[in-house]
Design a protein around this ligand. Sequence first.
Ligand code: SF4
Length: 299
Amino acid sequence: MIIEEIATTSILTRTGGFLATVCSHSLQPYGGCGLGRSLCGVGCYAKHQTFLTRGRPWGGYLDVKTGAARLYRSQYDREAAWARRRTGNFGVFLSSSTEPFPPQEKRYGVTASVLTAMIEAPPDRLILQTHGTGVLDVLATLRELNDRCELRVHMSIESDMDRLPGLPGPFASVKARIEAIGTIRAAGIFSVVTVSPLLPVRDPHGFFRRLAEVADAVVLDHFIGGDGSANGSRTHRTALPEAMRSVAPESVRIEYRNAMAEIASEFFPGRVGIGPDGFAGRYSIDRSLTNPETGQAVT
Ligand code: SF4
């Protein structure tokens, strides 16, 4: 992997598209992703954004934004005022196109420095979205931030299986991620498991029962409708759908998401989010693809 420290002129990005309904800003401490060659990198939505990759292979590079904390402080007043004027809330999504705690975070500490800067200059809302257990390294900082802003930690756990045939393994095991989000929740921080993108689940009842022991809410997102393209066409160009199909043929259809959401709601009553609404913290079940007479998912 090519790792470069880069100078950037802006770290708070005003959101557009679906993310605009979630937070006023996104913040990427790194460019590219240190997890790009693990399981989540196969179907990663961010890797299709050519303006980010500029032709570089996903997982083959990492741009380290060493000045991120200083930039955050310098942009804070203007961007917070803009957001509060516009939506009444200055919200930061950290991060939408990179992992904030890649292995390189231990050396560079960019995310940790930004979080420390936020203690003195907190956003109104902070959503920390991660695939890794490195989030535990900043637990003390998160406790402080939890007193200063509306903090949610989102842990991506896409399945109860670590491996899909023919694909690389995850950066952190399912078990490790479940334990990590449990630790975050035990610290009194609102904790959400994002099952995104939803992969085949071997034991749905067992999976969601376990998640309910460690999280306050769950969000489900399918690559169809979730990857930023019509009908999941971006993801269909990757190896992910075939691997999913080989384990559970029904999992490549949007109805699978609804069926899983129904089961999840048994363990997270009123706390199941779907797609962008879920990421925004609006928890309910989208029944648009369920049969209103039977309550079952349309197949
Ligand atoms: S951690 Fe997120 S941004 Fe990085 S490869 Fe995985 S899904 Fe993509």
